[in-house]
Design a protein around this ligand. Structure first.
Ligand code: FAD
Ligand code: NAD
Length: 464
């Protein structure tokens, strides 16, 4: 049995784990990363990147269909078709390039990568099962970055026509009818994409509205676009199981009515659970919280020398949070005095239109005891939005009334994901409304709406 020791062992090479390993390697730490599947984790292989590639293809197809009809731009085109197998092959090519890139970056940082499954023997010993046998690693510090897995409904297990997002991202034919269970991030992002590809999509959401984590003002334009695309949204409705003949999904509505929805495919997207089982943590007495590993503001677990980052530590399950934690923990292991002091973790929903939320919404700010002012500015009054035919949505800035410190920025609109880093920068820099209002915003861009929202909060918007 092969045995080795190292300064830092990282379990899982998703965005959290690979960033932690690269940073640790850059800092000169003797680092090993163990990955059971492929580098890049959920995000690069079956999550963020493949879903955004598919969403892009669907948008292009939808735009081509629109151009094939009479349109104001005077463009004429013949009826487009989609070969989903080719789309998926293109998406797989992007995934391969990126995962290959991650392997290269790990090598460049002098990190040793082991392909295998890690499990703790005890707090100081990790056993890795590889194709060639078992390896024993004795690390000084261990970072658990094992991510998350799709939640499976016991009465609707994955298999056959019932899919998780992983299978949905590998479909080579557009299903005629698709029922999506769960109108959260994945359900709405992928449901919209398949509707654009031409599937008849029904979304079944247990809560009273889609994307319940965002306020109604932000989700309204998304609901309107879904209706325009012919997607049926059934809120207050719960999935019960496959119909006896297996042809459809039985659902129960809020008033108790039971319905069977015909479905060629059923996509279940009711959340993700931290992947902490099977690591041997129970035997070590590591403190857990609702299935996730509990961490402090330095990503330390309840056991000395053991850190956890990313989805395995619970919500928000976002790749950029995992990466930021990974970078911080590597610095801490190298002896730097770092602490999680981020003011905000931006959240983007890649729906149509996109939704961004950074920091506090007006209601959250009020609930936190702040006396607030806010400015709300619509894309309808923005020249760039008009000239690219997408005037739906707005930017909303929330600030403390006393000193105009920006507490939150939200937006809904086409392409607003690209504004999100600017919103996060404003919050991290402690910007005040006057800072945003006084910054020259390039014309003509959608970003001008951010400046106008700040001016509006100050009571002096110019273009409305
Ligand atoms: P993961 O990426 O899950 O990586 C964990 C890795 O650990 C995996 O590679 C796994 O094989 C490995 N592993 C697990 N157990 C072991 C073990 N015992 N031994 C060795 N290796 C092990 N987030 C965003 O921020 N933006 C998005 O647009 C976005 N879109 C998404 C779309 C979809 C369809 C899905 C499913 C998720 C999406 N996410 C998105 C969430 C994002 O993918 C996760 O937040 C992110 O991947 C978490 O990173 P991580 O490093 O914690 O874990
Ligand atoms: P989610 O938590 O976003 O949404 C799950 C939805 O399912 C909720 O609205 C919930 O009310 C509903 N639901 C639960 N049980 C149900 C039932 N029995 N019947 C009908 N509806 C039910 O979860 P998700 O969409 O699976 O995504 C998982 C996580 O992945 C997200 O929380 C997010 O952290 C991450 N993600 C992020 C992005 C992004 O950043 N753009 C994209 C995709 C995924």
């Amino acid at each position: 049995m092969n045995q080795r020791s190292c300064k830092a062992l990282v379990i899982g090479a998703g965005p959290g784990g690979y960033v932690a390993a690269i940073r640790a390697g850059q800092l000169g730490l003797d680092t090993i990363v163990v990955e059971a599947e492929r580098p890049g984790g959920t995000c690069l292989n079956i999550g963020c990147i493949p879903s955004k590639a598919l969403i892009h293809a669907a948008e292009e197809f939808e735009a081509a269909k629109h151009r094939a009809q009479t349109n104001a731009l005077g463009i004429s085109a013949s009826a487009p078709t989609i070969d989903l197998a080719r789309t998926i092959a293109w998406k797989d090519g992007i995934v391969q390039r990126l995962t290959g890139g991650v392997s290269g970056l790990l090598r460049k940082a002098k990190v040793t990568t082991i392909h295998g499954t890690a499990k703790f023997r005890d707090g100081r010993t990790v056993e890795v099962t590889t194709a060639a046998g078992v390896e024993i690693i004795k690390p000084e510090h261990t970072i658990i970055a094992t991510g998350s897995a799709a939640v499976e409904l016991p009465f609707l297990p994955f298999g056959g026509k019932v899919m998780s997002s992983t299978e949905a991202l590998a479909l080579t034919e557009v299903p005629r009818s698709l029922v999506v269970v769960g109108g959260g991030y994945i359900g709405i992002e992928l449901g919209t994409a398949f509707a654009k590809f031409g599937a008849q999509v029904t979304i079944v959401e247990a809560a009273g509205k889609i994307l319940p984590q965002y306020d109604s003002e932000l989700t309204r334009p998304v609901a309107a676009r879904l209706a325009h695309l012919g997607v049926e949204v059934m809120t207050g409705t719960k999935a019960k199981g496959l119909s006896p003949d297996g042809a459809g999904l039985v659902v129960t509505q809020a008033d108790g009515t039971e319905l069977t929805l015909p479905a060629d495919k059923i996509l279940v997207t009711v959340g993700r659970r931290p992947r902490a089982d099977g690591l041997g943590l129970e035997a070590m007495g590591v403190t857990m919280e609702r299935g996730a590993i509990r961490i402090d503001e330095r990503c330390r677990t309840s056991m000395r020398g053991l850190y956890a980052i990313g989805d395995v530590t619970g919500e928000p399950m976002l790749a950029h949070r995992a990466m930021a934690q990974g970078e911080m923990v590597a610095d801490i292991i190298a002896g730097e005095n770092r602490v999680w002091d981020k003011i905000a973790i931006p959240a983007v929903c890649f729906t149509d239109p996109e939704i961004v939320s950074v920091g506090l919404s007006p209601d959250e700010a009020k609930a936190a005891g702040h006396d607030v002012v806010f400015g709300h500015f619509p894309f309808q009054a923005n020249g760039r939005a008009m000239s690219v035919e997408r005037e739906d949505g707005f930017v909303r800035i929330v600030a403390r009334k006393s000193d105009h410190l920006v507490l939150g920025v939200q937006a809904v609109g086409a392409g607003v994901s690209e504004l999100s880093s600017g919103f996060a920068l404003a919050l991290e820099m402690g910007a005040r409304l006057e800072d945003i209002a006084g910054t020259i915003h390039t014309h003509p861009t959608r970003g001008e709406v951010v400046q106008e929202a700040a001016l509006k909060a100050l009571g002096r918007a110019l273009h409305i």
